[in-house]
Design a protein around this ligand. Structure first.
Ligand SMILES: Nc1ncnc2c1ncn2[C@@H]1O[C@H](COP(=O)(O)OP(=O)(O)OP(=O)(O)O)[C@@H](O)[C@H]1O
Ligand code: SF4
Ligand SMILES: [Mg+2]
Length: 332
């Protein structure tokens, strides 16, 4: 990437960047011939050992970003560079060779596991595809990985996914993703379908796995409370674009974008019995990506919107150390 076109929030000067994404777009065609711009020019990078949280409401494009990174399906345009190697233009065989470095835990733990296969076969499958490892060694590795994610291999080995709880299925998904020892793990809403008590266990498991296997992570969630503790930095997405990116503590202490502030306001009060929300929750529906608003995409719901917001689209600009916001009137 040429320096003069690099967005200010990409840290091209650092040697430890594992993943760099520049101006990623993904457009889907609809049966009526219209174009859904699910991701509309997203850039971010993740340094070795870092966890980047990617947060936003349902439909803002989080899963599409994650899937575009693993090229299932590939981005419409933009640059994805993994460990210094651009992924665009790679052949199917070259992409397959890179795949062990980059793995994804999919959004729905139960439906992402083949119901007809045993747990052992599901976790072993990536090793079979990789090839070159004999069956006895593969099964040893499956046993080790099931144990590492907190499952007893002797109990779950021959079971089918429907015989496990949601939390256990998520552990299987994590084991399947880690069996190839990836450098980068993309976790797409790994806890949102789980009970609160199980959510904490899975978050702890991911933290442990991160240390044990030296992972770098992209952690996707629609809830800022979930990403708060696990993320070093957080990127907030709205309607296909990043509107704010900052170190986790900065973002929670000083949300500059009105959308981030509204998301934080909708986090439930942690006090026991409290049903109320801490502040005024975000109002209105997210507009359709088929026809996004002109200028700032958030302007139809923003309490601070002014005429300039409809005319000029704000770009991410620095407002503090490693803190960037795309807004004409940020909360400073
Ligand atoms: N295969 C597809 N064909 C057409 N439109 C799609 C496709 N996949 C996603 N979209 C659209 O792209 C937009 C972004 O979807 P995406 O699933 O990435 O959102 P998300 O942020 O992950 O939402 P959620 O929090 O509900 O998982 C949505 O408007 C969605 O309807
Ligand atoms: S640019 Fe304008 S509409 Fe957009 S978030 Fe900022 S104040 Fe609101
Ligand atoms: Mg999603």
């Amino acid at each position: 990437m040429r320096d003069e076109v690099r967005p200010a929030h990409l840290r091209g000067d650092r040697a430890d960047i594992v993943l760099s994404v520049h101006n990623l777009t993904k457009t889907f065609g609809t049966p009526s011939g219209a174009q859904v711009q699910a991701v509309a020019g997203v850039s971010f990078d993740i340094a070795a050992g870092e966890t980047l949280g990617l947060v936003g409401e349902s439909g803002c494009g989080k899963t599409t970003v994650g899937r575009a990174l693993i090229h299932l399906p590939p981005p419409s345009s933009g640059e994805v560079v993994l460990e210094g190697r651009p992924m665009s233009g790679l052949s199917a065989a070259e992409l397959r060779a890179l795949r062990p470095r980059l793995q994804m835990v999919f959004q729905d733990p139960i439906s992402s596991l083949n119901p007809k296969h045993s747990i052992a076969d599901i976790v072993e499958a990536p090793l079979v595809v990789l090839g070159g490892i004999d069956r006895r060694r593969r099964q040893e590795q499956v046993r080790e990985m099931l144990t590492a994610v907190g499952l007893d291999p002797d109990i779950v080995w021959n079971r089918r996914p429907h015989e496990l709880s949601g939390g256990q299925c998520q552990r299987v998904s994590i084991a399947r993703a880690l069996i190839l020892r990836p450098r980068l793990l993309i976790c797409d809403e790994p806890v949102s379908s789980l009970d609160v008590s199980v959510q904490a266990q899975i978050l702890n498991l991911l933290e442990d796995a991160k240390q044990r296997f030296g992972l770098t992570m992209l952690f996707v969630a629609h809830d800022l409370a979930v990403v708060k503790n696990i993320s070093d930095r957080v990127a907030v997405m709205y309607l296909g674009r990043i509107c704010e990116i900052a170190p986790s503590a900065q973002l929670y202490g000083r949300a500059a974008h009105p959308y981030t502030a509204a998301l934080l306001a909708s986090v439930p009060d942690p006090a026991p019995q409290a049903k109320r929300r801490i502040g005024r929750a975000i109002e209105g529906e997210i507009p359709s990506p088929l026809d996004p608003p002109s200028g700032c995409r958030f302007r139809t719901r923003c309490p601070k919107a002014a005429p300039v917001c409809a005319a000029d689209e704000p770009v991410l600009r620095p407002i503090g150390p490693d803190h960037f916001v795309a807004c004409h009137f940020p909360n400073l």
